[in-house]
Design a protein. Structure first.
Length: 353
């Protein structure tokens, strides 16, 4: 039960980080982010590029006991992922090229182009040295039907303009809830351009940092658990946004009840226990906003020291995202694929690999 509560608290923390990552005598930091979060809904098209890096450092004896853990940790430590692409809302079209670089003894590069519309998804079959595929398959795009995938997985998959608009509206509502409760002096600060280390391609008018430390971890989790999440759950249960989620209303009601049952002194005690096993070394998001109020750059840093049976290990990660050519006509470099095969044809070619 205790570990479940820790996981819930950490998930709540990361959810809010994800919300912030979607936003971005000048206005005060809180006002800047509020306006950027609302303005982001007017981003109808853009080019984007993102980078992801992760590192997990485990005690030597833990790696010796679990060789698979050692291999996984080494791969994460040496892997870099970059995503570039463009999108437009109406008619919905999005493309991305995912490039994964693995350094070290198992060095390799994997490119995975993906194209999406409101009707189809196309994924290019990559050339993976460790997974030899038939030559007449590599380089072709596998055409997928999101509606058929939804039926098979019993999950909602919808990219139509109405759904995307409703998701944006919900995101704005969640942003309003968060900023209503977050304390500006405790979590937000302005950053000078010379200290922000932004890429030269980013034109920033104002830069804001959101940071969680060991000192403000308790008020952050308390604010999220007791004030933000209950209101967010109410939104998710409302008739207006019920269709956005494939979650039963009774499950949401149960989640809200559990939040209420674990509030106050109970939550304070759980946070104190959690802080014995989790130390925040670095947990912050830097957002750059341009002159038009659009969030054009995010730099997310995560660094935690977590104890398991008294043994500490490190969890770290970094995400950078940059947006350009906002609301200009996007240049889709891949376009709608022509050389395609079906998923069934792929399975036949690879004998179900």
């Amino acid at each position: 039960m205790y570990r479940k509560k820790i996981a819930l608290a950490l998930c709540a923390l990361l959810v809010v980080m994800a919300v912030l990552a979607g936003c971005g005598a000048k206005p005060a930091p809180k006002e800047t982010l509020e306006k950027a979060f609302q303005t982001s809904a007017d981003m109808k098209s853009a080019d984007y590029k993102m980078t992801f890096a992760m590192n997990m450092d485990f005690p030597a004896d833990a790696l010796e006991e679990n060789p698979q853990l050692a291999v996984g940790a080494q791969m994460l430590k040496n892997m870099e992922v970059a995503v570039t692409g463009a999108y437009q809302q109406e008619p919905f079209q999005m493309e991305m090229n995912i490039e994964a670089k693995l350094k070290g003894d198992m060095a390799m590069n994997i490119n995975l182009p993906i194209v999406m519309t409101d009707q189809k998804i196309w994924v290019k079959v990559p050339n993976i040295p460790m997974l030899p595929l038939p030559k007449d398959v590599v380089g072709k795009f596998v055409e997928l039907d999101p509606k058929e995938l939804a039926k098979q997985s019993d999950q909602k998959v919808n990219f139509d303009a109405a759904t995307i608009k409703k998701q944006q509206e919900l995101g704005q509502e969640i942003g309003k809830i968060f900023f209503k409760h977050v304390d500006e002096k405790t979590f937000l600060s302005s950053v000078d351009k010379k200290d922000a280390k932004l890429p030269e391609t980013v034109e920033a008018n104002q830069i804001v940092k959101f940071a969680v430390t060991n000192e403000n971890l308790e008020p952050f989790i308390t604010t999220v658990a007791e004030k933000v999440l209950p209101e967010v759950l109410d939104l998710m249960m409302s008739d207006k946004y019920a269709s956005v989620f494939d979650i039963k209303k009774e499950d949401l009601e149960q989640a809200k009840k559990e939040l209420a049952d674990n509030s106050g002194d109970k939550l304070k005690s759980d946070i104190a226990k959690m802080k014995e096993d989790v130390k925040v070394k670095d947990l912050q998001i830097t957002t750059a906003v341009n002159k038009k109020g659009f969030p054009v750059y995010h730099d997310v840093n995560i660094g935690l020291e977590v104890k398991d049976n008294g043994k500490p290990y490190q969890i770290g990660g970094n995400i950078k995202a940059e947006y350009s050519k906002i609301n200009e006509k996007p240049e889709f470099k891949i376009g709608i694929p022509k050389d395609v095969i079906t998923l069934e044809q792929l399975m036949q070619k690879t004998n179900g690999m």
